[in-house]
Ligand binder design. Sequence first.
Ligand SMILES: Nc1ccn([C@@H]2O[C@H](COP(=O)(O)OP(=O)(O)OP(=O)(O)O)[C@@H](O)[C@H]2O)c(=O)n1
Ligand SMILES: C[C@](O)(CO)[C@H](O)COP(=O)(O)O
Length: 254
Amino acid sequence: MSPMSPTPDESRPPRTAAVIPAAGRGVRLGPGAPKALRALGGTPMLIHAVRAMAASRAVSLVVVVAPPDGAPEVKNLLDEHSLPERTDYLVVPGGETRQESVRLGLDALPADIAVVLVHDAARPLVPVDTVDAVVEAVRDGAPAVVPALQLTDTVKEVEPGPRGAPEPVLATPVRARLRAVQTPQGFDRETLVRAHATVAVDGEGATDDAGMVEQLGAPVVVVPGHEEAFKVTRPLDLLLAEAVLARRRANDAF
Ligand SMILES: Nc1ccn([C@@H]2O[C@H](COP(=O)(O)OP(=O)(O)OP(=O)(O)O)[C@@H](O)[C@H]2O)c(=O)n1
Ligand SMILES: C[C@](O)(CO)[C@H](O)COP(=O)(O)O
């Protein structure tokens, strides 16, 4: 047991929690409320993400990391929307960066949590099968598990230059070896807590949690992601999310 992990109660089996960082502003989506609170199909994006995590029977606790001054509003939202009763819910205020928000969510976990999922509020439509596949891989012994997709675009490595200026191409990585990474990412709790406690990476260097675990030297594995687990980042993503949700609702009506 790591010195950073609280002592578990031996009388209860270890549980799985999902931490949902939802404290971002959504600058790339354009002006408006914090992204997680914006509506998708009439319901805040965050509520979709919470439901997506709670849909997994493996998940017994969901920790929402709210915008720093928005925890009371998020608590009210969770109270107002129907959510599975077998799941517990906690809300904590977030930080300036995604990395800080995730760490604040980890700090709130009770002692009996052994497996942690970290899931972007901005990926509201991830199917439950993807969530379950990630949890299963962690329970099978992988300390860090990432859902990911093969790429359809060819990727170039460039020398970044001023915005809009031509950028010299440095390399074309072999596409078959590349994966586009999604969430929820799943972790053995001790490994993720250690990564957040010891790997301090600024800015672009820490765009996901698995990247921090890689820096510890611990193994990270990829399982198949899902195209509907895409991240709502720009306005076009929101249009796509509305279309996917409308199709699901139409299918459910029959
Ligand atoms: N300080 C932050 C920044 C981001 N996030 C969360 O991390 C997830 C993925 O980040 P991203 O899509 O980049 O969201 P934003 O930071 O809100 O987007 P943008 O960069 O366009 O402002 C989101 O659920 C977001 O709320 C967070 O909890 N705390
Ligand atoms: C964690 C993540 O969603 C995996 O693809 C992604 O790295 C978050 O990046 P963002 O640009 O901060 O949204």
